[in-house]
Design a protein. Structure first.
Length: 504
């Protein structure tokens, strides 16, 4: 990587008139802001269709895109929708938060009108999309049956529908053929807009960082159609599930409930299914953040029927074998690994051997009880990515005002020389931008100096998750100019391209 910077901003959090951020005008305006601000990267979250709970890390598919992100104005421009049809729905109650209930009830009704009009045209690009998307048919059938089953998880479907290659599934697909066609056509809209958004970004000098979740949702097309890739019995039931062992904060551990990969089975075909996931995501972005990299070293397995994680145990993951085979097939990719969690010597050795840059989180630094923490700025190396916080962290202002963080905030203030004139948030940003890490990523909420009300996700479940949205008009030219000054000051504005002799 060159010395550079970027902003973490979920697409869903962009302002728009239709209740959620989308890949059209809202994305283009944000890309313009990034360009004006001297940024190089836009980091987004997973873009798959979400199920119950709306977490982008619990998607219904590793390959499909969320219909919520399809831009309605672009569909209107292209003649697939009418303005009055989009305007007929009240899309939100609170402009700063996504109302997923409204989207769930109204989005597909409107998109049905658009796909009906697509059926009258069938452009060559659509026919090419059908030919080249090997995953599409299974996904469309899965979603059509799910609708027919009133949204129930596939594990609660009638037994004859739980095997995706059964005669009963084929009969149901024919019975629901109109819905199958809808789900195929609407994915064409998603990927056409995603492709256009990426081109606009790249033409503007902005690269997109995508996000690859580690675990797969139990209620997903992936598990339904490829049970052999997971630890399932002959009745398509999970035998062990994901989680984390007991610790001081969680004496009974954490049971997450995701199915575990059948790594031995995957090894027999050189991890083809997993590598297909990476290849698909790589086609949509310029760099990939690998979520929960620890899981490839070791993972916690819990008996599926247990109530908690107390009888769970650690198992070995595939290690770097998977990534070596991935490189052989796909070539060298730009990758960031989330090397957070249990930083055992074995795991850290795997991170170093991989050569991939890991993550340094400033909110994890400044612990008085661990003065030499790996997250302290003096511990960073060039081959790393420094974050103010991730999507799971509070905003910097929320962190500052958290009474449980008083000791850390005191040490951060003394260590960094924070003061009222500069402001707490911009002082922490100074630490990130001034660090030796090749790449610095900050949350958009921190640039806007927002408090805990703008937190995107709280893993403890104390606040609504995945709903925050920026207000219209916040991507101001003054903010972009201030940020660009910081990029010039800390040599994060393509400095190395102009001074190649300075490469480290």
């Amino acid at each position: 990587m060159i010395r550079s910077a970027g902003i973490l901003m979920p697409i869903t959090s962009l302002p728009s008139e239709y209740g959620i951020g989308t890949m059209g005008k809202a994305a283009r305006e944000f890309i313009d802001f990034l360009s004006d601000a001297g940024q190089t990267f836009w980091q987004i979250l997973p873009v798959g269709p979400t199920g119950y709970g709306n977490s982008p890390y619990q998607s219904l598919s590793s390959f499909a895109g969320s219909t919520y992100l399809i831009d309605l104005d672009d569909l209107i421009r292209d003649g697939y929708l009418k303005q009055e049809e989009a305007d007929a729905v009240v899309w939100y109650k609170d402009i700063e938060h996504v109302d997923y209930g409204i989207l769930y009830n109204e989005r597909n009704k409107l998109l049905h009108k658009a796909t009906d009009r697509l059926a009258l045209r069938h452009p060559d690009a659509y026919l090419d999309f059908l030919r080249t998307s090997s995953w599409l048919r299974d996904y469309a059938v899965f979603m059509a049956i799910k609708d027919h089953q009133k949204g129930k998880p596939w594990t609660q479907w009638p037994h004859e529908l739980r095997r995706h290659n059964s005669d009963a599934v084929r009969r149901m697909a024919e019975e629901c053929k109109d819905e199958v066609l809808f789900y195929e056509r609407v994915q064409f809209f998603f990927f056409e807009q995603m492709k256009a958004m990426k081109k606009y970004a790249n033409d503007s000098g902005i690269q997109i960082i995508g996000d690859l979740p580690f675990y797969i949702a139990a209620d997903s097309i992936d598990v339904w159609s490829h049970p052999e890739q997971f630890e399932m019995n002959d009745r398509s039931e999970m035998t062990f599930v994901s989680g984390f062992g007991p610790d001081g904060a969680h004496p009974r551990g954490q049971k997450w409930g995701n199915p575990l990969f059948n790594w031995e089975r995957m090894r027999h075909d050189n991890y083809r299914w997993w590598i297909d996931r990476v290849a698909h995501l790589d086609s949509m972005c310029d760099m990939i953040r690998i979520d929960h990299f620890q899981g490839y070293n070791s993972f916690f397995a819990i008996p599926a029927n247990d109530e908690d994680a107390t009888r769970g145990h650690w198992r070995k993951g595939p290690g770097l074998e998977l990534f070596r085979l991935m490189e052989q097939r796909l070539g060298k990719l730009q990758i960031i690994v989330e090397d957070l969690g249990q930083l055992t010597p074995e795991f850290m050795a795997m991170v170093r051997e991989s050569g991939y840059p890991g993550m340094k989180i400033l909110q994890y630094a400044f612990d008085p009880n661990d003065p030499g923490s790996v997250y302290m700025p003096f511990q960073y190396d060039h081959n790393s990515v420094v974050y103010t916080g991730t999507h799971d962290n509070d905003t910097l202002m929320g962190w500052k005002n958290d009474k449980n963080q008083t000791a850390r905030i005191k040490r951060a203030t003394e260590y960094l020389g924070l003061n009222e004139k500069e402001g707490f948030t911009w002082g922490i940003l100074r630490a990130a931008y001034g660090s030796v890490s090749d790449l610095a990523i900050v949350q958009m909420q921190d640039l806007l100096e927002l408090g805990s009300e703008a937190r995107f996700n709280d893993p403890s479940g104390k606040s609504p998750a995945w709903t925050w949205r920026a207000k219209p008009g916040v991507f101001k030219k003054e903010l972009a100019a201030k940020l660009k000054e910081k990029m010039l000051l800390y040599c994060r504005n393509n400095w190395q391209a102009k001074h190649p002799s300075a490469q480290h």
